[in-house]
Design a protein around this ligand. Structure first.
Ligand SMILES: CC(C)(COP(=O)(O)OP(=O)(O)OC[C@H]1O[C@@H](n2cnc3c(N)ncnc32)[C@H](O)[C@@H]1OP(=O)(O)O)[C@@H](O)C(=O)NCCC(=O)NCCS
Length: 181
């Protein structure tokens, strides 16, 4: 689905939120490679991002045309800062009240409230669409993300120990969280 363009102000900065356009596929690929390299808190390593430009265009199209998923981009004073997204569970009717969400910003745009603004807007959309709960997973030592999700009402419901093993041989756990509307 399409997230119609919105303007906000945060910390003296002009924030634009909107869906992705097809000609932004390369920008999204560059972003995926950059953000996965900037933190240990995302689900893969940069050298595991093998999408082609065509894949990414397809991804943008899928999101924009679907009625149960959404990709929302954020721009800070006109510069691309990161994205968040949701995808409704499909398949069995028993799962269709649930939406999975994710978010990642370039490090340079973290820490001034953008993540909170994006999540608040995303959650409003999900709720208005009739979903009954939002779900996510977060790596245990990602304090900022956990604080953000807790402040929005998410509750921890489980831990998968050693869910991630890094190239240096260390591990981290996944924390699973749910927000019931
Ligand atoms: C996680 C992420 C989305 C948060 O967005 P953000 O814009 O940086 O966060 P915000 O500035 O909105 O701050 C969110 C809250 O965390 C708090 N916070 C900031 N740094 C913190 C830290 N190191 N420890 C605990 N809380 C922290 C803020 O004070 C704020 O809380 P408040 O609203 O009660 O004041 C963003 O940092 C990011 O994309 N990080 C890299 C990728 C990532 O980790 N994605 C999430 C994967 S689950």
């Amino acid at each position: 689905m399409i997230f119609a363009e919105e303007q906000h102000r945060l910390d003296e900065k002009r924030i634009t939120l909107r869906s992705a356009r097809l000609d932004e596929a390369q920008m999204l690929l560059d972003y995926l490679k950059a953000v996965t390299g900037e933190t240990r808190f995302l689900m893969s390593e940069p050298d595991e991002i093998h999408y082609t430009l065509k894949d990414e265009e397809q991804f943008i199209n899928d999101n924009n045309q679907s009625d149960n998923k959404l990709l929302m981009m954020a721009f800070v004073d006109g510069e691309y800062a990161g994205s968040c997204s949701f995808e409704g569970e499909s398949g069995s009717r028993r799962k269709r009240h649930r939406a999975g969400i994710g978010i990642a910003l370039y490090q340079k745009y973290t820490g001034f409230g953008l993540g909170k603004l994006m999540m608040q807007r995303l959650l409003e959309e999900i709720k208005n669409l009739g979903f009954e709960q939002a779900e996510l997973s977060v790596i245990d030592n990602n304090k900022r993300a956990r604080h953000l999700y807790e402040s929005l009402g998410f509750k921890e419901y489980g831990v998968l120990p050693n869910a991630n093993k890094y190239d240096d041989g260390t591990y981290s756990d996944n924390i699973y969280m749910v927000l019931k509307f």
